[in-house]
Design a protein around this ligand. Structure first.
Ligand code: S3P
Length: 169
């Protein structure tokens, strides 16, 4: 079984994914880390040097590779992965793959993203809180239809790590 965690930037995909994998004795892979390792480059540099379209192609390529080759895996995707190419359909149509959407509100995402903008090229340049809130709002409006296609949705606002983990397991 492959469990795919999807959700917006800073929704906790990697944090919860890592703990979930440990509990289930599954392997854990973060797609961004996997791309960085295989491309020998950071996500920021890939965006800067080759551009976002190239990054989206890499995401699809490595997502396919992992879905086809792995089992007993918790895979945490990038925030945009489900929203490009036919990645969400690919996930839904793959055998023995379940997708989980970690849903969080704009204020929750804002609070987490504010301190972690640096390594995320899409938000690194956004200066004020108001601009960041507007960006997240617009982005979620476009992306939510893809995220909502997941097999399971877990809302994470105002819940403890323990409560979220219980729901996930
Ligand atoms: C992106 C999210 C990032 C990373 C890239 C683009 C996005 O991953 O893949 O910066 O389009 O939302 P995280 O969701 O892990 O931050």
């Amino acid at each position: 079984m492959i469990l795919v965690l999807i959700g917006y930037m800073a929704s906790g995909k990697s944090t919860f994914g890592r703990i979930l994998a440990e509990k289930l004795h599954y392997e854990f892979i973060d797609l961004d880390d996997y791309i960085e390792k295989n491309e020998k480059s950071t996500i920021s540099d890939i965006f800067k040097i080759k551009g976002e379209i190239h990054f989206r192609k890499l995401e699809t390529q490595y997502l396919k590779e992992l879905l086809e080759s792995k089992k007993d895996l918790v895979l945490s995707l990038g925030g945009g992965t489900p929203c490009y190419s036919s990645n969400m359909n690919l996930i839904l149509e793959s055998n023995d793959v379940k997708s989980i959407y970690l849903k969080a509100s704009i204020p929750t995402l804002m609070a987490r993203l504010k301190n972690e903008k640096g390594k995320r090229p899409l938000v690194a340049h956004i200066e004020t809180d108001d601009m960041l809130a507007e960006f997240i709002g617009k982005h979620l409006f476009e992306r939510s239809p893809f995220y909502s296609m997941a097999n399971v949705t877990i809302t994470t606002d105002n819940k403890s790590l323990k409560a979220i983990m219980e729901e996930l397991v």
